[in-house]
Design a protein around this ligand. Structure first.
Ligand code: B12
Length: 210
């Protein structure tokens, strides 16, 4: 039933959500459709939080449900992938920011489109990101930012990439609820979006796959 999973996530029904995700995936349904319904559920939870209807505890529970649903979907998503990676992406949420749901969606979609993804997680120090870039030589660095206090560490990371002579070898993409095109310009990103699919389309174009 369309929208069913989104409703279950909004109602914080953990067991039922995971059961439905499992059943629909096992029945051979396109995992991207199931993923999209989970994403919609999270968007609605975010809306309720902003409307003052939900509090942090509800956010945390829904975040857990979302992550567990992604873990169930992962094997099915792996099957829709090809074998040779089309490019390499380093993803991070920088120091001061622990939000990672949007980044996880981006990581999943990039993997579905056959990118090799190095997800450094949350609260990442700029130096750690730069070390990873040196190690894996990515085509793209993706930043996720959900809280304004992490804006400076995100900018610092791009400054460090410039200082280390790494900036010209890659594209920088940024997304996340509180970001704007102006923030993208502020940190010197090549592309800004609030939509994971648009971000993936840009990455495919950047590696000549679009
Ligand atoms: C869920 C949530 C949480 C959860 C996070 C769980 C987790 N594991 O991530 C919890 C409860 C832990 C949490 C904690 C806090 N939160 Co909070 N949280 C949210 C909330 C409601 C939703 C965020 C979310 O996950 N949205 C759903 C995802 C799917 O959307 P998204 O991240 O935007 O991602 C999409 C796109 O932007 C894009 N995208 C994202 N990243 C990237 C990266 C790339 C490269 C690309 C291409 C695309 C892309 O793709 C995604 C899908 O399309 C937002 C409100 C909101 N409306 O954004 C507040 C919000 C972000 N939180 C906020 C705050 C203040 C906090 C706390 C400080 C609260 C507190 N008082 O303790 C702490 C943060 C501590 C910290 N240092 O980070 C504020 C930030 C305000 C600001 N201007 O800075 C917000 C905006 C709420 C508000 N209106 O006040 N939060």
């Amino acid at each position: 039933m369309a929208g069913h999973i989104a409703d279950l996530i909004v109602e914080l029904k953990q067991e039922q959500t995971l059961e439905v995700v499992h059943e629909r995936t096992a029945a051979g349904e396109d995992p991207l459709i199931v993923l999209e319904e989970c994403r919609q559920g999270m968007v609605q939870v975010g809306q309720r939080f902003q409307d003052g209807e939900y509090y942090l505890s509800e956010l945390m529970i829904s975040g857990e449900i979302f992550k567990e649903a992604m873990a169930i979907l992962e094997p099915a998503l792996a099957q829709v992938r090809g074998s040779d990676p089309v490019g390499t992406v380093v993803l991070a949420t920088m120091h001061g920011d622990i939000h990672d749901l949007g980044k996880s969606i981006v990581a999943t979609l990039l993997r579905v489109h056959n990118f090799e993804v190095h997800d450094l997680g949350v609260n990442v120090e700029p130096e750690v990101l730069v070390e990873k870039v040196k190690e894996v030589d990515p085509d793209i660095v993706g930043f996720s930012a959900l809280i304004t206090t992490a804006f400076e560490s995100t900018r610092r990371a791009t400054e460090l990439l410039v200082q280390e002579g790494l900036r010209d070898k890659l594209k920088i993409v940024v997304g996340g609820g509180v970001t704007t095109p102006e923030f993208g310009e502020y940190i010197g990103a090549d592309f800004h979006t609030l939509d994971a699919s648009t971000g993936v389309a840009y990455c495919l174009e950047a590696v000549g796959e679009a």
